[in-house]
Design a protein around this ligand. Sequence first.
Ligand SMILES: NC(=O)c1ccc[n+]([C@@H]2O[C@H](COP(=O)([O-])OP(=O)(O)OC[C@H]3O[C@@H](n4cnc5c(N)ncnc54)[C@H](O)[C@@H]3O)[C@@H](O)[C@H]2O)c1
Length: 410
Amino acid sequence: MAQPQQSEGTEGETPPLRVGMVGYAFMGAAHSQGWRTVGRVFDLPRRPVLAAICGRDGAAVRAAADRHGWAAAETDWRALIERDDVDLVDICTPGDSHAEIALAALAAGKHVLCEKPLANTVEEAAAMTAAAEEACGRGQLAMVGFNYRRVPATALARRMVAEGRLGSLRHVRVTYLQDWLVDPEFPLTWRLRRELAGSGALGDLGAHIVDLAQHLAGERLTGVSALTETFVRERPLPGGPTSGPTSGPTGGLTAVSALGTGQVTVDDAALFTGRFASGALASFEATRYATGRKNALRIELNGERGSLAFDLERLNELSYHDGTEPGAHAGFRRILVTQPDHPYLEAWWPPGHGLGYEHTFVHQARDLIHAIAEGRRPEPSFADGLQVQRVLAAVEESAEKNSVYTPIAV
Ligand SMILES: NC(=O)c1ccc[n+]([C@@H]2O[C@H](COP(=O)([O-])OP(=O)(O)OC[C@H]3O[C@@H](n4cnc5c(N)ncnc54)[C@H](O)[C@@H]3O)[C@@H](O)[C@H]2O)c1
């Protein structure tokens, strides 16, 4: 198999990392921002180059290349993967194409970054993980894009849990709430079709919170008990400009398609409880019907020595309660996570000058570039993505069986 080809450079000079990205809409724009910005903020062992971007519509992909700063444009992902001037393939397409593109990219000798969820099925995710494992032996690395690990406040929470500040964990409570499907006239876009998206709120939002909960807890779920529901089962076929949560209506402004309607084949909401290996209990809620909630991700961890809470709507803050302090003046306090010794913040602005959602993609690029330059496995790995996929499959199985407690396959 081909090794990642190194671009020519002066002798002794570290070669750049040349990125080829597939998909140029929501995540394409966010990842572009990450690749474009990372070298201007962080000192990096390899400088990323935005070599080529791929989409299916020639004019649209060229416009995206100009807007986001990519040197070249392709209209077939196979051509992108074939390019000698691409070292890493960044997959920002819907889940139905993740496995095919990732397997081909690994076979062509490229490193891979793949958006979440890793795939649409456990079988696909397992094949991707096996291929990534084999490719790792050839020096190629693969990572899945669970970017919420890379908010400085969640990274600090992970550090504090690892330091033992919570002691034995008892509870993890997570919700991820959106409302872009409340309007029954919102069109049947790819996120509402199982053959394209794999599942609904579960794979889209649930995958994020399963990964974040396990990452912060530092341990894995062993089983789940679940309820899922599809509230609106038929929707207009897409005919207008709306295409997803980024462009979706929130105030009854949808253009109703003249093309008729189609069946929604995924869940609209998923609620589940789970048990961690240590015996800690967890609860999860992922929905696109939480009227008024736009992208509300909240997580709280309670341990015998303390608690931590994070709210994505206040992402520069982490709430911490030190349960070992005398009760008279103990309580939750707000840590403003903008200090240079907080994760990722040594390179950003002076204390108190906060970051936002987009910075998670800069941090994702930074961490992946370091892992590649240092030849170490990046996290979250494809194996981590596969394990999340197994949790999602157990949730679906439990929901189909009247919420029966379902162990996570190992
Ligand atoms: N990490 C996050 O916070 C986050 C947020 C949103 C979406 N996602 C994930 O990112 C992925 C993409 O989601 P999105 O919101 O960007 O979707 P999107 O609909 O905004 O964009 C999808 C892009 O993929 C392109 N595409 C689809 N099939 C293609 C193919 N066969 N060849 C080339 N291009 C193709 C489309 O033209 C479009 O440019 C999904 O896996 C989704 O779950 C992650």
